[in-house]
Design a protein around this ligand. Structure first.
Ligand SMILES: [Zn+2]
Length: 372
C-alpha cells in the first residue's frame, strides 16, 4: 500500500511528545509579539519596507533551530516562552494546540511544558496550569462539537537545571483527575542528572502520577539508566540507547545492560526524528536509529517534539519514517497502538479510543486495499 501524505494524514494518530512552547503557530507568535511590543522573530530591526508575516516567522524558527546543537535549539524557546506569561496567552496557545492536533488527525495527545517558566506575568504555578487546562478543555469541547474525538492531557515538566522543588509534584497530585496526567524532566541533559529529582518522581509515582523523563538525547545510556532509576515509565527520545546495542542486524545484535532493561520492561521511547536531526543525533534520517530500535522490538511511538522549530507534525514524522525505512501500514499501526497503550491518561479512555476509533480506522484502510 502506498503511504501517501493524504493517507497518513487521515490515520488516527497519537502524540505523546509535543512541547506546548514548541508548537505555537507562526501567526500566533506574530500577533502576540506585536501585542506585547516585542520584536517579531525574523524581522530585521527597523526594516519597515518588509512587514513581517507568518512565513518569515516560521522560517526564522526553523533556521535558528537547525544549527545542529541542543543549546542553540533550546535558545529559540526564549522567544516563545516570552509570549506565554498570562492566562489568556496560555489559554489561547493550549486551545490552538488541540485544534492543530485535531487537524493533523491526532486522537490522543499529551502536551508538555514547564510551568516554572510561565510565572513572569504574575501567575502562580497553579494558575498557569489552570490556564492551560482551560485552553485544552475549550479545544476538546470545540472538537467534540465538530464531531471529532480527541483525548488530551498535560505533562508538567521539571527542568534539569533548576532546583528540584516539591511544588510541581504537589500540583500534579492535586490535579491528577482533572487533566494533569504526569510529570516530565526536560532541559540540558549532560551534567544535570535526573537523580537530583528522584524524591519528586518517587512521590509522584507513589501517588499514582505517571512519569516520563527526557533521556538518551544529549547524553548516552548512563543517562537513560539514571532516568529509569528515578522511575521513568517512558523515555523522552531515548534514541541513544542504540549505543548500548552491538551488531547491525536483529539476529546478531547483543543488548547491553541498559538496552536489555528497557527492552524487557518495554519502556516506551518517545521518538521525534526531525528534532533529533536538528540536535545532531544523525545527519540523515536514513542514519537515525528509529528503524533499528523498531526492528529490535523496542516499544516506541513517533512524535514531533517541537512543531514550530522543526516545521513538522505527527503525520509528517510518521510519513518520513515510513518512506525512509519502507515501513508498512502495519508498522504505523503498531506504533500508534504502542503510543496509545503507553499514554498516561486513564486506561478506560485510551482503550475506548483504541476500540472505537483507532482499530476500526486501520481496519477500514486495510479493507480498502485492493489485495486485502
Ligand atoms: Zn522534548
Amino acid at each position: 500500500m502506498d503511504l501517501t501524505p493524504a493517507l497518513v494524514g487521515a490515520l488516527p494518530k497519537v502524540a505523546l511528545h509535543d512541547h506546548l512552547d514548541g508548537g505555537l503557530r507562526a501567526q500566533t507568535v506574530l500577533e502576540l509579539s506585536r501585542e506585547l511590543g516585542l520584536e517579531v522573530p525574523g524581522t530585521a530591526t527597523g526594516d519597515e519596507a518588509q512587514p513581517p508575516d507568518a512565513q518569515s516567522v516560521a522560517d526564522w524558527f526553523h533556521t535558528a533551530a537547525d544549527s545542529g546543537s541542543l543549546p542553540a535549539y533550546l535558545s529559540t524557546f526564549e522567544r516563545t516562552v516570552a509570549l506565554m506569561q498570562t492566562a489568556p496567552q496560555l489559554r489561547r496557545i493550549a486551545r490552538e494546540f488541540v485544534e492543530d492536533m485535531v487537524a493533523d488527525g491526532v486522537v490522543y495527545a499529551e502536551t508538555r511544558w514547564a510551568p516554572h517558566q510561565h510565572t513572569g506575568g504574575g501567575l502562580s504555578l497553579d494558575e498557569a496550569v489552570q490556564a492551560v487546562q482551560d485552553g485544552l478543555d475549550e479545544g476538546v469541547a470545540a472538537a467534540e462539537a465538530a464531531g471529532k474525538r480527541i483525548v488530551v492531557g498535560q505533562l508538567l515538566c521539571y527542568l534539569r537545571h533548576l532546583d528540584p522543588t516539591d511544588d510541581l509534584v504537589e500540583i500534579a497530585i492535586a490535579r491528577r483527575d482533572s487533566g494533569v496526567v504526569g510529570l516530565d524532566l526536560a532541559g540540558p541533559e549532560e551534567g544535570f542528572p535526573a537523580s537530583w529529582f528522584r524524591a519528586q518522581f518517587e512521590a509522584a509515582r507513589a501517588a499514582g502520577v505517571r512519569v516520563t523523563i527526557h533521556a538518551g538525547e544529549a547524553d548516552g545510556p548512563s543517562s537513560i539508566a539514571d532516568a529509569l532509576d528515578c522511575g521513568a515509565e517512558r523515555l523522552g527520545h531515548g534514541v541513544r540507547l542504540i549505543e548500548d546495542i552491538t551488531g547491525g542486524d536483529v539476529e546478531s545484535a547483543a543488548l547491553g545492560t541498559v538496552a536489555e532493561r528497557v527492552h524487557r520492561a518495554q519502556i516506551c521511547l518517545e521518538v521525534c526524528p526531525s528534532s533529533n536531526l536538528q540536535t545532531g543525533i544523525a545527519t540523515e534520517l536514513a542514519d537515525h536509529p528509529v528503524d533499528r530500535l523498531h526492528r529490535h522490538g523496542f516499544a516506541l511511538a513517533l512524535s514531533s517534539d517541537n512543531r514550530l522549530m522543526s516545521r513538522t507534525s505527527t503525520s509528517r514524522e510518521m510519513l518520513r519514517v515510513a518512506q525512509t525505512f519502507d515501513w508498512t501500514l502495519a508498522d504505523l499501526e503498531h506504533v500508534v497502538l504502542t503510543g496509545l497503550e503507553n499514554g498516561f491518561a486513564p486506561a478506560a479512555l485510551r482503550e475506548a479510543l483504541r476500540d472505537e476509533v483507532v482499530l476500526p480506522a486501520f481496519r477500514a484502510v486495510r479493507g480498502a486495499e485492493p489485495d486485502a
